[in-house]
Design a protein around this ligand. Structure first.
Ligand code: PLP
Length: 430
């Protein structure tokens, strides 16, 4: 957990971008090494048997640690310095009390849901969700007796309440939302979902609200400040940022995170030390990367919005000010991010011709990296989404998702221009 004293100099609160290089690491414990070593070890030697006993008692919750005492290092499935320092640094960005690192975004989501959901419980979730999460909530959790109830950005609070009242399960236990949604950039009102959770509390059991904040990352949206209980990340995306690792994270108050930490220990869904170290390195440039990517994405989105062969450009900064989505954006987001989706003409065939013609932008799934990536959600990331849900949520055959990297905007626009022209030309020659 965080050491808040280390964040202030003479009453001045230091920013996460300034703390990301050294926070939570003590060189004197590692031969003075300026950077944290990679603690590539499965287990840790105890100084005495008494220490080992105490570390286990604390780790398993049999006794509480003394004020300021950190749980001792035992075994890398439970804890490891690279993960602990990383988790402390992740907390800085959104003032979270505790963080946990996972082996993937899906490991973070699955471990969180398995911690809190039991047979008969109702899980309320937004649509669309990332395809892997859709499969988990639609196909896997029902096999464990969990009842999934879905809603989308067009549903009002009354619509959602009626859906919940009609659900067959015992009680609402969790709400899981992805906002902005992958791939449509649809926004869900976090405060409204927190209010639904509060009104559905049964005794001291209040449903928990978990927000997948992967699309805007910790720079542009802080769900905990809007009433969320848990923030979830695919750290593979902006947090990692270089298309070279797979990881996940969950942040929030310790009372909600400790049970998830226990599940992580027994399922073994933690990240490994090397990934933890890579993520620490990535966090040093998170602010630089995300501000540059967002700046470039704005230029690219405006270019696409004016292109005659492109329609329905979804980028948060281009929302019509009278659209109810724009009101949520102003209230809840700190910036538009660097994810754009748009439709090209001629459905899947047109989208494929466009994607195949790209030269600088890579045709690949994933997002949030230094290089720009484009993909076709309907046949790739969201292929597991049932066809009727695709139609309802706007995951059309002509939809392309673009993740803008750190390249020069002019170069990206040149590549998009030629790919749109190439796709168009081939259509005319048919
Ligand atoms: N959440 C969102 C919004 C995603 O886009 C993804 C992956 O694309 C995930 C979760 C899953 O993350 P991972 O691939 O790291 O398991």
């Amino acid at each position: 957990m965080r050491n808040r004293r280390a964040e202030v100099i003479a009453g001045h609160q230091l920013q996460p971008a300034s703390l990301s290089m050294g926070y939570g690491y003590r060189p004197e414990l590692s031969e003075g090494a300026l950077k944290s070593p990679i603690f590539q070890t499965s287990t840790f030697a105890f100084r005495s048997a008494e220490d080992g006993k105490r570390f286990f008692q604390i780790a398993t919750g049999q006794i509480e640690p003394e004020e300021g005492e950190r749980p001792g290092l035992i075994y890398s499935r439970l804890n490891n310095p690279d993960l602990e320092i990383l988790e402390d640094r992740l907390c800085l960005w959104e003032d979270a009390e505790m963080g946990l690192a996972f082996g993937s975004g899906m490991a973070a989501i699955a471990t969180t849901l398995l911690t809190y959901l039991r047979p008969g419980d109702v899980l309320l979730h937004s649509e669309p969700l990332y395809g892997g999460t859709t499969h988990l909530v639609n196909d896997m959790l029902p096999e464990f007796g969990v009842v999934s109830v879905s809603f989308d950005a067009s549903d009002t609070r009354d619509d959602i309440e009626s859906k919940l009242s009609a659900a067959s399960g015992d009680a609402l236990r969790m709400i899981l939302i992805e906002t902005p949604a992958n791939p449509t950039n649809d926004l869900i009102d976090i405060r409204m979902c927190a209010d639904i959770a509060s009104t559905r509390a049964a005794g001291d059991r209040r449903p928990l609200l978990a927000v997948d904040n992967t699309f805007l990352g910790p720079l542009w949206q802080h769900p905990l400040k809007h009433g969320a209980d848990l923030v979830i990340y695919s750290a593979t995306k902006y947090l990692g940022g270089h298309s070279d690792l797979i990881a996940g994270a969950v942040l929030g108050p310790a009372e909600h995170l400790r049970p998830i930490a226990a599940t992580r220990t027994y399922l073994g869904t933690m990240a490994d030390p090397w990934t933890g170290w890579l993520l620490m390195r990535s966090l040093e440039t998170l602010h630089l990367r995300m501000t540059r990517q967002t700046d470039t994405a704005g230029k690219v989105a405006r270019f696409l919005a004016e292109h005659p062969r492109v329609s329905r450009v979804r980028y948060l900064d281009l929302l019509d000010p009278d659209d109810p989505q724009a009101a949520i954006y102003r209230r809840q987001c700190l910036g538009p991010g660097a994810m754009i989706s748009f439709e090209v003409e001629w459905g899947e065939a047109g989208a494929f011709r466009f994607l195949n013609a790209l030269r600088l932008i890579k045709l690949a799934v994933s997002l949030g990296s230094t290089e720009s990536l484009a993909e076709h959600p309907a046949s790739m990331t969201h292929c597991a989404v049932p066809p009727e849900e695709k139609v309802r949520t706007g995951v059309t055959e002509g939809l392309v998702r673009l993740s803008v990297g750190v390249e020069e905007a002019d170069d990206l626009i040149t590549d998009l221009t030629q790919a749109l022209a190439a796709a168009d030309e081939k259509e005319e020659n048919r």
